[in-house]
Design a binder for this molecule. Structure first.
Ligand SMILES: Cc1cn([C@H]2C[C@H](O)[C@@H](COP(=O)(O)OP(=O)(O)O[C@H]3O[C@@H](C)C(=O)[C@@H](O)[C@H]3O)O2)c(=O)[nH]c1=O
Length: 182
């Protein structure tokens, strides 16, 4: 397994060990003991699975506020995404900075999103299925968002005409967002 740091502290790309044979492949999506050796020690409590039927679906940018802030471990089961993480910790030197990483069923990369970051993705193939673990349960009252195309962020999405949920068209800009992660 490889763990690659990014320019956002704590946001990491994980390349699980792949075991290939004549039948196909095997990999561990998550293993408490092995991940702990890389200082990845979240107590994941919920697994989520979404299907986006079209290429160019954007889901995001999402986060939950305290005390229900979530760390996420993102993995693609089918298709591919451009996965985006934005630092929304007010006291961070990289506040408002973002990174984008291509995750796909083919490259089998994972992205670790710590607490204090907003997360979203754009599908780059139809029929893309994303699986992700979170370390706090879903809490609709604490669910928040930031507008996907906030000019202050300048995210270089693969499309400028995305397919969005109604909710995701109505999020505030980062400057007006409710950010509470003490
Ligand atoms: C996120 C979530 C949603 N739901 C419900 C609420 C709603 O009826 C339906 C769809 O919810 P959403 O539109 O929020 O789903 P979606 O836009 O896919 O939201 C997800 O986006 C990605 C980018 C993330 O990072 C996730 O944490 C999550 O926010 O599923 C749950 O029951 N549990 C959950 O954990």
């Amino acid at each position: 397994m490889n763990v690659i740091d990014t320019k956002l502290q704590g946001v990491r790309i994980i390349e699980p060990a792949l075991h290939v044979d004549h039948r196909g492949f095997f990999l561990e999506i998550y293993n408490t003991k092995i991940y702990r050796t890389y200082n990845i020690e979240y107590q994941f409590v919920q697994d989520n699975h979404s299907l986006s039927k079209e290429q160019g679906v954007i889901r995001g940018l999402h986060y939950q506020v305290s005390p229900h802030s979530q760390a996420k471990l993102i993995y693609v089961l089918a298709g591919s995404i451009y996965d985006v993480v934005v630092d929304i910790r007010r006291n961070s030197q990289t506040f408002g900075h973002w990174i984008g990483v291509h995750l796909s069923a083919e490259n089998k990369r994972q992205l670790l999103v710590p607490h204090g970051f907003a997360h979203g993705f754009c599908t780059t193939e139809p029929n893309t299925e994303v699986l992700y673990k979170v370390d706090k349960l879903y809490s609709p009252e604490h669910d928040r968002g930031i507008l996907w195309n906030d000019p202050a962020l300048g995210i270089d999405w693969p499309t400028d005409q995305p397919i969005l949920s109604d909710k995701d068209t109505k999020h505030p800009l980062l400057r007006d967002a409710d950010i509470n992660f003490e």
